[in-house]
Design a protein around this ligand. Structure first.
Ligand code: 3PG
Length: 217
């Protein structure tokens, strides 16, 4: 099998470098996507993961790419090749998977959009590591060992950087970000259902800005 290209690796590193926070966004109503992401952007968020968990995900990626050309917009919860292709067609600039499969890894090596593969064990990490991956999503972070697990990964994998997600909240994000092998943390706490349902875009903007401010960014 071929190896991860420098372009893909540098693109993922650059995306993680841009923001310490990555909201995990699930769109339940198509007209919410642009105002919600605009509010996050106005609050200082520059990298967003829009999941394909609903039928509106791909269209939301397309709409948000058009509305926010200065944001990095990726597709999340990509679990099969059909979704990878769908996300690329919608304009996703990067792809995030909750776990890895050999077919997704193989496809990602020649895909247009680079992959941030999800792992929760050393064995899964090694599948990507052998192909040249050094950046991984760690999911579900909280129940897969959390901070102690990330500290333990530093021994065998000192050159790997993680974006943990799953169970991380505003008050625990900073505890993850002080780890030397954590660049960015992700989560859905930046888009609480109550604020989204009420179309409280000012509230979303404030929450994003306050969460970044907590982290002194
Ligand atoms: C993800 O896909 O990264 C998670 O569903 C986010 O987890 P959270 O909802 O606990 O933040």
């Amino acid at each position: 099998m071929s190896q991860l290209s420098d372009f893909h690796r540098e693109r993922i590193r650059a995306i993680l470098d841009v923001s310490v926070l990555m909201p995990v966004i699930t769109i339940k109503h198509p007209d919410e996507a642009v105002p919600l992401c605009q509010a996050l952007f106005d609050g200082g968020i520059r990298v967003m993961e829009i999941t394909l968990r609903t039928e509106h995900g791909a269209k939301a990626i397309k709409d948000v790419r058009a509305a926010l050309p200065d944001a990095w917009v990726g597709a999340g919860t990509v679990t099969c090749l059909a979704q990878y292709r769908q996300a690329e067609a919608a304009g996703a600039q990067f792809i995030i998977t909750p776990g890895i499969t050999e077919s997704l890894l193989e496809f990602s090596l020649t895909s247009e959009a680079p992959l941030l593969p999800g792992i929760s064990t050393a064995s899964e990490l090694m599948l990507g590591y052998c192909l040249g991956y050094r950046e991984f999503k760690f999911f579900p972070a909280d129940v897969a060992g959390g901070i102690p697990a990330l500290k333990a990964f530093r021994g065998p994998f000192p050159d790997v950087t993680f974006c943990p997600t799953g169970g991380i909240r505003r008050d625990t994000a900073g505890d993850y970000l002080v780890l030397s092998n954590v660049q960015t943390v992700g989560g859905s706490w930046l888009t609480p259902e109550e604020l989204v349902t009420n179309k409280d875009w000012a509230g979303i903007e404030c929450l994003a800005a306050a969460s970044l401010s907590d982290l002194s960014c």
